[in-house]
Ligand binder design. Sequence first.
Ligand code: AMP
Ligand code: MG
Length: 319
Amino acid sequence: MLCLGIESTAHTFGAGIVSSEGKILANAKDSYSSATGMIPKEVAKHHEQVKEQILADTLKQANITLKNIDIISYSHGPGLSPCLLVGKVFAEKLAKENNKPLIGVNHCVAHLTIGTLTTQTKDPVYLYVSGVNTQLLVASHGRFRILGETLDIGLGNALDKFGRKAGLGFPAGPKIEQEAKAGKYIELPYAVKGMDVSFSGIITAAERKLDKNSIKDICYSLQETCFAMITEVSERALAHTKKQELILIGGVAANKKLIKMLTLMCAERSVRFAAVPTAYSGDQGVMIAWQGILEYTNGRKTPADIHPYQRTDEIDINW
Ligand code: AMP
Ligand code: MG
C-alpha cells in the first residue's frame, strides 16, 4: 500500500510517499523564507505557487503516477489556518479526482512517528523541538503524554525571533549554529520550571546584549543556555520514566551542538540516543504519509477539516 502525504502547516509545502512497510519512496518540499519572518497569507501564497511542482517532483522521485497511490493524507493541524487550508483543499481535490481515500493527521504526532520509524526505536522519550513546539513526551495509556513543554514560545521560534532582531534572516537556527562556532560564553538567564522551560525572557536578554557583545558570543551563549535547559529536562524525564531510549525530532534536531549535548547526557546514563535524520527533522510530507498509513490501515476515518490548535495529546494511538 502506498500513501501520498501532503504537508502545509507552516513555512514548508511538502509531499512524500511511503509504503505500508515503512519504505520511503519520495520526499520533495519547498520552504518559504524571508528577511523578516512568516506572514501567514504570504506563506499560503507560496504554498499555492509550489504545490503542483512539488507533487510532480514527488511522483517522479517514486517513479509512479497518482493511479499507483492507495491513500492520500494531509496535515490537518496544528498550524497557520491559511496554510493548512492550502494543503487540505489540494489533498481533497486529488483524492476526489483520483477516487482515493483521504485522511487528515496531526502534524506533531507525525513528527514523533517518523522519529521512531527512522531511528528504529520502540518506546523512547521524545524530545520534540521545532519552530512552534518544544515538548517532552512518552506514549502511555493510548496517547502521547506531555511530560514537559515550553511555557511560552517554541525553541525554533525563539531562535528565529532573536535572528530577526540580529539581522540573520529567517529561519535563523542554522545561522545561529554557524555563528556560535566561534563564540564564547556570556551569561544569560536560565529558565527551567520543573519539567517545563521558558525561552522568551532569554531571547529578550540576548537581544539587549546586541549592541555590547559580539553576535558570535551571543549565539554561542543562546545555544549553550537553551540546549542545557532541554537536556536537563530530558534527563529528568529519563530518570522518572526509566525509558532506555531518547530521540530528538523536529527542525531543531538538525543542530549538531544539541545532538552532542544529548549524546553525552545519554551516554552517561547508558541510554540509547538517536536524532532523526536531517531529511526528516524539519517539516516534510514523508511523515504525513507514514502517519496516514498508520492511522488509515488501523481503521481511522477523519472528516476533511482543519484543526489549527490541535494538541499532540488529543490523538488516540490506534496503531
Ligand atoms: P520545523 O517547524 O520542525 O520545520 O522546524 C523549523 C525550525 O527549526 C526553525 O525555527 C529553524 O530555525 C529551526 N532550525 C532548523 N535548523 C536548525 C539548526 N541547525 N539549529 C537550530 N535550529 C534549527
Ligand atoms: Mg513541524
